[in-house]
Design a protein around this ligand. Structure first.
Ligand SMILES: [Fe+2]
Length: 340
């Protein structure tokens, strides 16, 4: 078992993050920039292997874990962890297999997207086409590592947000590269936590840091990951930007988004970032499926609570019930708003 880091979850009640607005009715855009042949060849050469945590995880603690207090955002977010310095997570064999699955013919056929922010993204391919990637991100060993760093138990947000891959490569068109390398302007993510893993050799890279806006208004920079290393960030609650990276011919980062495993924990996951780069019907199905599960678990929990109360002869607390109902109403209202 990899070493664990204990971070105390943040138990305080905090204010909701600002509403994030984005395109609502865009149909997914397909990339116009064709992937280099060497990437396609990696996919064609794929030899399927089974994920094995003892062989494919190589976790080492990050040199530094930043807390929400340290960046001046005490009491915000759903845990005390803000972000990490890059840490070793996967072995070279795992990285190679992830690349081979991402570039495999079945995945490339229907799962390439583009947006105003990035010209090539590969996402939404699901476990049938990429079993190694899905087994890795859903393995108990991986989830233990990521949950310990985050300071609360996490699970992948959905299949759509498992293994989202940003692909950037040098194609000789200077203008396009310029805008894109510095494309990710200040923003908040749609998900509580993300884990970013670098699938490219970053030897010779300059820049590529992530900048975080501190509560004081100042800016803190975190080093970007290099080949095989990963970073986590509580991106829904921290305004951040990816800084320009120079000096490398390709930059491929695989990103998985997470939500709290415990249905009783605050859940403010939204679909703003996903909607323009997803098949909407499937995205809404996955979102509604997990939210119905959350509502069911919360209702069962509340049901048991009032039964226990009564069993001990205590008066029914109508105010407490009203408060619970109002919280669920907010959760459902936010859900309705997302199904545009
Ligand atoms: Fe982000």
């Amino acid at each position: 078992m990899p070493a664990v880091i204990q971070v105390t979850p943040n138990p305080t009640v905090r204010k909701a993050p600002p509403k994030v607005v984005g395109p609502t009715n865009a149909n997914p855009i397909r990339p116009t920039k064709k992937l280099p042949q060497y990437m396609i060849n990696e996919g064609l050469a794929r030899q399927p292997i089974q994920f094995d945590a003892t062989k494919h995880l190589n976790f080492e603690k990050p040199s530094k874990l930043y807390t929400m207090e340290e960046i001046g955002l005490a009491g915000e977010g759903i845990s005390n962890t803000a972000a990490s310095e890059p840490f070793s997570l996967f072995t070279p064999e795992a990285i190679k297999q992830m690349r081979a699955e991402i570039f495999s013919p079945g995945v490339l056929e229907n799962n390439q997207f583009a947006s105003a922010f990035a010209s090539n993204m590969i996402r939404g391919y699901g476990p049938k086409l990429a079993p190694f990637i899905f087994d890795a991100y859903n393995s108990p060993e991986f989830l233990r590592v990521i949950s310990d760093l985050a300071g609360l138990d996490l699970v992948p947000a959905s299949d759509w947000e498992t293994g989202h891959t940003n692909v950037w490569f040098e194609d000789g068109q200077v203008d396009v590269n310029r805008t894109e390398k510095s494309a990710f302007s200040w923003h908040r993510d749609s998900f509580p936590f993300v884990c970013v893993t670098m699938l490219s050799d970053c030897t010779g890279m300059t820049g590529g840091e992530t900048a975080m806006r501190m509560g004081t208004g100042g800016i803190m920079k975190v080093r970007g990951p290099s080949m095989g290393t990963s970073c986590i960030m509580q991106g829904r609650y921290i305004e951040h930007a990816a800084l320009t990276a120079e000096g490398i011919p390709e930059r491929i980062a695989i990103v998985t988004a997470f939500r709290p495993k415990d249905p009783l924990v605050t859940d403010e996951l939204i679909l703003t970032g996903s909607r323009p780069i997803s098949h909407k019907e499937d995205l809404y199905y996955q979102y509604s499926k997990y939210r119905l599960d959350v509502i069911e678990a919360r209702s069962r929990h509340q049901f048991k609570k009032i039964l226990e109360h009564k069993r001990y002869g205590r008066d029914f607390d109508a105010n407490e019930m009203k408060q619970w109902l109002a919280q669920q109403r907010d959760f459902i209202d936010a859900w309705i708003e997302e199904l545009i």
